[in-house]
Design a protein around this ligand. Structure first.
Ligand SMILES: [Zn+2]
Ligand SMILES: [Zn+2]
Length: 300
């Protein structure tokens, strides 16, 4: 985060906002700047990618599902907008520790090929580590002592849209993002890679709420996609994972998504529409027959 803070200081905060006498490394100034950057960044990421996903990926016929709520998109957005500033408070305290040099984030790649190998290995280990921790944190949030108060607000949306991706109780949202923040304090990670991964995990979170249930056949056993996560929203006790199905398989909570078995919410909407159409067509036919005088008239 110090990369972003340095850029913001250089181009914006130092020349235009703060008095010249206020040093850039003052902890109070850093806290204010990080609060502004984190909130602006979170809102921009959320609105930009969730809107793209809503208009270009999300299947709008899902909105006809009987479990889709009234004004749901508006409610998802409002919930997210209200939660994000609260989530940013504990998040900024961790960013502050990072900026003040307590993490294991580093610049520069180093000698080829070792440096690049370390970079690639850190991406894989970041994904593995965060996937594992999010699984157990998410599963813990389903414990009866925590669920009602913390995690239930995210399960109001049985048929989520991309805008539900950040619609959490603030503490729930922070706890599920905690693994991303813990990682660079435990393992070495390149600063630019960390920034890229941070943006990527936000996009992934949106993508598992996007109602696009397709996963390439060869990846179906491994990837936890929108089909898995929508089943999680509907059925609660299955598919807690984030990117992979690994921990659901280990933890015994894996369920082959209903959409892969022709039984998902989109199939339901399709059947519902077909039934409606055939009923309508049936009635239409009857009416037409009556109109043409072909229908059997009661004998007088
Ligand atoms: Zn969700
Ligand atoms: Zn859940």
């Amino acid at each position: 985060m110090d990369l972003v803070l340095n850029i913001a200081d250089y181009y914006f905060f130092t020349p235009y906002i703060y008095p010249a006498t206020w040093p850039e490394d003052d902890i109070f100034r850093q806290t204010i700047s990080l609060l502004i950057i984190t909130n602006l960044g979170a809102y921009n990421l959320y609105f930009f990618f969730a809107t793209l996903s809503y208009y270009f990926v999300y299947d709008h016929s899902l909105m006809k599902h009987p479990q889709f709520l009234k004004n749901q998109v508006y409610r998802e957005i409002m919930h997210s907008v209200k939660s994000m500033p609260w989530i940013s408070l504990p998040t900024v305290s961790l960013f502050l520790l990072e900026v003040r040099g307590y993490s294991r984030l580093y610049d520069g790649v180093g000698e080829f090929p070792f440096g690049w190998f370390r970079l690639l290995a850190s991406v894989l280990s970041f994904l593995f580590f965060t996937d594992m921790l999010i699984y157990w944190i998410h599963r813990g949030l389903h414990h009866r002592l925590l669920y009602k108060r913390l995690h239930k607000p995210h399960h109001i949306w049985k048929i989520p849209t991309p805008f539900a991706s950040h619609a959490f109780h603030p503490l729930d949202g922070f706890l599920q993002s905690l693994p991303y923040h813990i990682y660079p304090f435990v393992f070495p990670l390149h600063k630019v890679v960390y920034l890229g991964l941070y943006i990527l995990v936000n996009i992934w979170t949106i993508s598992i709420h996007d109602g696009d249930f397709r996963v390439p056949q060869s990846l179906r056993p491994f990837i936890n996609g929108s089909a898995h996560h929508t089943d999680h929203h509907m059925l609660f006790d299955y598919n807690y994972g984030q990117y992979f199905t690994l921990w659901d398989r280990i933890g015994g909570s894996f369920k082959n998504p209903s959409s892969f078995e022709g039984n998902g919410p989109l199939d339901y909407v399709k059947k519902m529409t077909e039934e409606k159409f055939s009923n309508h067509a049936g009635n239409g036919c009857k009416n037409e027959k009556l109109f043409n005088g072909e229908a059997k008239r009661p004998s007088t």
